[in-house]
Design a binder for this molecule. Structure first.
Ligand SMILES: [Fe+2]
Length: 221
């Protein structure tokens, strides 16, 4: 798998966050943790959890989009019933979070979090609005390309993969240390969704396709 390195000095917070000693987990093995840790049930999901545009009284501002794709294992087989969660900034590039001090407007009709289970074909589907770029203070004039954070759970809470999906043709790719922390251009491109006219819904929403391939899609540490 093509994980970016834990330490990527251009992405400043990794300097403090990256482990300075060898990880214990490869020595212990994950099995004992996974077999004794909590698991999630599938009965808790709400009917509207996958649609980030209907979670409030009114509709959020911004460009409505459909984001869909499949979760596949390394052999190309669908991963069924996986919990996929997303979180993102609003159309102005502002998170609904106390820690976000970007002076862009909050949207009272947009929280920016959603979840769904993959279906029998391994497919997830979200309806949302296109997130805006936002400044993040990593260095002078640092702006994140528009992105949606993704988490995929396995059968235990300890089996979790987290990554980010981007939008095609973003001019900020070349300037983003997080995106650029993935050394190989072909691996970076695995995080960029594909505009898809078949997913695009007439008079309603643009469509993007993005597959998550376990053991291939770059994931965060
Ligand atoms: Fe973000």
């Amino acid at each position: 798998m093509t994980h970016p390195p834990y330490l990527h000095p251009g992405y400043r917070s990794t300097v403090l966050r990256a482990p300075s000693q060898d990880l214990l987990m490869p020595k212990l093995g994950p099995d004992s943790v996974e077999l004794t840790s909590p698991v999630f049930g599938h009965q808790e999901l709400g009917l509207r959890d996958h649609d980030l545009t209907v979670q409030h009284a009114g509709e959020p501002l911004g460009e409505r989009i459909v984001v869909t794709g499949r979760v596949l294992d390394g052999a190309g087989r669908p991963v069924r019933g996986a919990l996929v969660e997303v979180w993102q900034a609003n159309a102005s590039g502002r998170y609904h979070h106390l820690g976000d001090l970007h002076p862009a407007p909050l949207d009272p009709n947009f929280t920016g979090a959603g979840r769904c289970l993959t279906d029998g074909d391994g497919r997830y589907r979200f309806v949302t609005i296109k997130p805006g770029a936002y400044p993040w203070g990593n260095h002078h004039n640092a702006w994140r390309p528009a992105h949606i954070h993704f988490s995929v759970f396995g059968t235990a809470f300890t089996q979790r993969l987290v990554t980010q999906m981007y939008f095609p043709g973003d001019p900020l790719f070349a300037y983003d240390p997080i995106f650029q922390s993935i050394p190989d251009e072909r691996d970076r491109e695995k995080l960029v969704s594909r505009f898809d006219m078949d997913t695009t819904t007439p008079e309603w929403a643009l469509g993007y396709q993005w597959d998550i391939v376990l053991d291939d899609t770059p994931m965060e540490a």
